[in-house]
Design a protein. Structure first.
Length: 128
């Protein structure tokens, strides 16, 4: 498995991030006719990743859980613009979202909320 651009030291997060980054790297070469399907696949993968990450945070009783979930919800809400672009046949806006906006949003989330969460996880003493 290829490492993500930001390694956090939490296998679940790092593996998922590597998958998402690899998917997003294919966005610029995706044909216009395949962009809507590409968006559906990347959105499904991001939602599944967020579910796995949230389950891990709940399992560990992390104090940042609610704040982190709010960050997930904000990122997911950005897909509304992409869905609107599909409905309007605006391929330029859709391509910009999957090729430019979404990668930046995801990397920003990884470098802030995920980095903080990973730091809390790795700093915790082991449970007996």
């Amino acid at each position: 498995m290829v490492e993500p651009s930001i390694v956090l030291g939490i296998p679940l997060m790092d593996n998922d991030h590597a998958v998402l980054e690899a998917m997003l790297a294919r966005a610029p070469e995706t044909e216009d006719t395949d962009l809507a399907d590409f968006l559906a696949r990347i959105e499904a993968e991001i939602r599944a990743h967020f579910e796995r990450e949230e389950a891990l945070m709940q399992e560990l009783f992390l104090p940042v859980f609610q704040c982190h979930v709010m960050q997930h919800e904000m990122l997911i809400s950005k897909f509304q613009n992409a869905h609107r672009a599909i409905a309007q046949g605006d391929l330029a806006s859709l391509r910009h979202f999957v090729s430019e906006t979404l990668p930046v949003l995801l990397l920003r989330h990884m470098n802030t909320a995920d980095r903080m969460t990973a730091g809390i996880i790795t700093a915790r003493p082991p449970c007996d």
